[in-house]
Ligand binder design. Structure first.
Ligand code: MF3
Ligand code: CO
Ligand code: CO
Length: 287
């Protein structure tokens, strides 16, 4: 359906807006052009961390549900509905819905789409790659996670891209020891990705997350010493590398959201929200 004659994705049709029950608290940015500036840094007290644990667990459960549901013949809008309904069943607000005008409750990024794909009437076919990025807002805080699966059999090249992108994320997470600089994370990711000659996307990064969806703290996925913030106990941020089969350069669709590889080769991504403890990183987006 929305693929051109070369099999490349083109924008589809959006369903009408999904409702959120009035009893579910919205993030402050909903209905505004963008979020208020983040205040309060990236290290949180025990109470806030406990609330981020809850939001992160709900996001992780939503991600598992949506990825397990993804089957050929479904549309990305079907997946949006599944994620949306799960989140509201947990009294959580889908963080992406109304974030800087994003119209849906999750991002669905297929094949050559790097990130921020908008759910529409695109039909999943055998051999497609699909990334789902879903976030939950509850208790005044966000949890943010994403993952990629292959629909049906797929090629070995794509299966390797998926498993190695996940491994790259885990290597980045493992490097996030307190006392080091955040640039250790991207160094670990890029070193691993380069073994396979993959591209590592630079302009979309990990970020601080908690009371704000994006706090302003930047976690690059490539080796960039200039990002020298110290990793400290009590910090919460995401690690979410986007890895490509070819170039890491990208284009953006007219919708102002959908980011695709410039060469239209496939790309994958995984994301966790992590807490820095005395012993090292702890993954919070675990179901
Ligand atoms: N969840 C994405 C991230 O990992 C952000 C999506 S913003 C949206 O940072 F507006 F595209 F939904
Ligand atoms: Co994120
Ligand atoms: Co995300």
């Amino acid at each position: 359906m929305p693929k051109d004659k070369n099999g490349k994705l083109v924008p589809g049709r959006l369903s009408s807006a999904r409702a959120v029950p009035s009893g579910i608290t919205r993030p402050e940015y909903v209905g505004k052009p963008g979020p208020a500036p983040h205040v309060g840094g990236d290290k949180y007290d025990q109470d806030t961390i406990q609330r981020i644990r809850i939001a992160s667990r709900i996001a992780a459960q939503a991600l598992d549900l949506v990825l397990e549901s993804a089957k050929q013949g479904m549309t990305t809008d079907d997946l949006d509905r599944i994620g949306h309904e799960f989140l509201i069943s947990q009294n959580a607000y889908p963080s992406t819905l109304g974030y800087r005008g994003f119209p849906k409750s999750l991002c669905s990024s297929m094949n050559e789409i790097i990130c921020h794909g908008i759910p529409d009437d695109t039909v999943l076919e055998d051999g497609d790659l699909i990334n789902i990025d879903i976030s939950a807002f509850i208790g005044g805080v966000h949890g943010d996670t994403n993952g990629t699966v292959l629909i049906g059999e797929g090629s070995e090249e794509l299966a390797n891209l998926v498993s190695r992108t996940k491994e790259a994320m885990h290597r980045g997470i493992s490097a996030a020891m307190p006392g080091r600089q955040v640039n250790i994370i991207g160094r670990a990711i890029e070193t691993y990705a380069k073994r396979y000659n993959y591209g590592v996307v630079k302009e979309f990064t990990g970020h601080g997350v908690g009371p704000s969806f994006h706090t302003g703290l930047i976690i690059p996925h490539y080796d960039e010493p200039e990002y020298d913030n110290l990793i400290e106990v009590g910090m919460v941020f995401t690690v979410e590398p986007m890895i490509t089969l070819g170039t890491a350069d990208w284009d953006m669709w007219q919708d102002g959201w959908t980011v695709t590889t410039k060469d239209k080769q496939h790309t994958a991504q995984f994301e966790h929200t992590i807490l820095i403890t005395d012993d090292g990183p702890e993954i919070l987006t675990e179901a």
